[in-house]
Design a protein. Structure first.
Lengths: 328, 328
DNA sequence: CTCCAGCCTGCACGGATGTTCACGCACGTT
DNA sequence: AACGTGCGTGAACATCCGTGCAGGCTGGAG
């Protein structure tokens, strides 16, 4: 323990030389015999740090192999049923593991991310809305080493003066960085103060160019809001008053700040004339709109969006998928 | 993160129910995807503690499998050569991994321990001397769940007034506990003050009974000391004066406090008449004496002990084995 | 022979992990 | 129906592990 002075060999090519033998025996002691790294270090006469590093390289070189039973986080059966029932292009259903709404969002994001990355693939122009589940999804998409030259455009303006982490702008920016692609910003508030102000925004050249981009979308990723549990309510954009007005007009859901009824038709309201975002018809025209949703409360809204032809693909959790299929 | 209040299911059979699916996906995220346990916990909606426990049971149940390249810590070739050259019953040569003397001792102890446990097996009566390497060996022997009824007797008295961790008494006691066997103590100092005092000890009934046990030994485990580097010197038992006297008498090594020359004959000295330990002839009569040695400095002593018929098996490190074979 | 560059090592720190404790719910019992 | 028992959970603690940093040896070039 304190006999370091009397090492038998020079300290600087002791370990490197008999690398494999040492690495293997260290790995066996640690992984198979269950010794701690300190104990292994004592037995081998090296520092604990070195043991840690040896273990790392042993894993890298395949001296240590770790395997885990297969597990498919997606429910292929439900996916097929969704596709068939609603005529969807694609569906991802993430298995439920019985946690909180927040953990469900994270699970959907985590397991759907690699598939989404494939979907995005080589698309030239991808549009993004905001939302918590969509945020988790983007958050879990791996950075690419080689860019594909894709462009990412935000489909709606920013809510409030300080953009939150799940606003369309942040998500598009992040995704563009991960893919080493271009970020097209929609530099406007999600809701203007008045219709006049909204029209003023829309007349700006910068913003007009974004609007023309909306017509060229290859893929759109959107969240779906409900009136009951809306991020707009939380952020104070949607007043109880407007909410009641929308309900009266038959609104059941919202996409990109635009509320729609059971058949996917946009509902008139004070907000409708002030919103700065892609129109529902533009989304329909896109032809490839994926809704990223989690939680049981969005069922009606999502079903309406699908029936109304706005949404053509879904990314959803198991409970949500059951909800969609259950009544309707 | 702070949405705990709104869990969808009762907290008490959420996880246990879908055990396998959850365990598998947790294990995959942790081991294959390289997530931290906290991240996994967030995604799955359970606490980090639970993730840790799930991982443990996943390993236990074989959902996670870890394999490491084969590695034989023993040098079978050297073992065979030792057996042939010296006519040994058995030999264990532990591969060197180039550490300190202390780490070599630990390595010998660690890797030889399971084999030693086999050697001990069902023997009725096993004798133990003291020593650092032997201490490491004993230290690394696993506790048995079922006792074999073996008895363990210390082959020499205790050095000093407070028994160190590597004295014969401690080692025998520990080993007896590990094997759930009996411990026969030799309640005397290793070196009496005088020959008269020694004879007095030997005449005690308790000690005489130990002596008769010496004649019934099935196996003896001993260390081998040298004059240059002796634990006795460190502990002040062996004075420089006596040491010189021993050298003059041809002593090259020591076992159980008894010094012997190149042919294994015990050398006379002031210590010889005061030592309370098994005699070399009794060891020879035992017929199964294993020397547990590490380090390069014991070569001559060990060779003499083997040649002199005291030692019939060896447990040694690679360098020591080379030393034995090298010159002689 | 001397200098320099590169690499490997051990130390120290911060974060990650394993474990113990006390609580709360569910089930079996009275 | 109420209580007692048992299990699984989460929070706090102690430990363990991974990583940035500085020092020293080695090997090659001048």
């Amino acid at each position: 323990m304190r006999e370091h002075p009397c090492r038998l060999e020079g300290p600087h090519h002791t370990v490197a030389d008999q690398n494999d033998a040492l690495m293997t025996s260290v790995a066996r002691m640690y992984y198979l015999d269950g010794l701690g790294q300190s104990e292994v270090a004592n037995i081998c006469g090296v520092s604990r740090s070195t043991v840690s590093r040896l273990l790392t390289t042993a894993r890298e070189r395949g001296i240590v192999r770790i395997s885990v039973d297969e597990f498919d986080p997606r429910d292929r059966d439900l996916e097929a049923r969704l596709v068939e029932r609603f005529g969807l292009r694609r569906a991802i259903v993430v298995r439920e593991m019985g946690g909180t709404p927040a953990s469900t969002r994270r699970a959907v994001g985590y397991f759907a991310a690699p598939v989404l990355a494939e979907w995005i693939g080589e698309r030239r122009l991808v549009g993004l809305a905001g939302g918590r589940t969509l945020g988790e999804l983007v958050h879990h998409i791996e950075s690419r080493t080689r860019g594909t030259g894709s462009a990412f455009v935000q489909l709606m303006g920013t809510i409030g003066s300080s953009p939150g982490r799940i606003d369309a702008s942040e998500l598009s920016r992040t995704l563009a960085r991960r893919f080493q692609g271009t970020f097209l910003t929609l530099n406007a508030p999600a809701f203007a103060q008045s219709q006049r102000a909204r029209d003023l925004f829309l007349s700006h050249d910068e913003i007009r160019s974004i609007w023309s981009a909306f017509d060229a979308l290859d893929l759109a990723l959107v969240g779906v809001g409900s009136l009951d549990e809306s991020a707009f309510l939380e952020r104070g954009v949607l007043t109880d008053e407007t909410c009641a007005e929308l309900r009266a007009g038959g609104a059941v859901g919202e996409i990109c700040g635009r509320f729609f009824d059971e058949r996917g038709r946009e509902c008139p309201s004070g907000l409708r004339d002030r919103v700065v975002s892609i129109g529902l018809d533009a989304l329909r025209a896109c032809g490839d709109v994926a809704a990223v949703v989690s939680g049981p409360s969005r069922t009606n809204a999502l079903r309406a969006a699908i029936r109304g032809g706005i949404v053509t693909s879904v990314v959803i959790d198991q409970v949500g998928a059951h909800g969609l299929l259950g009544a309707g």
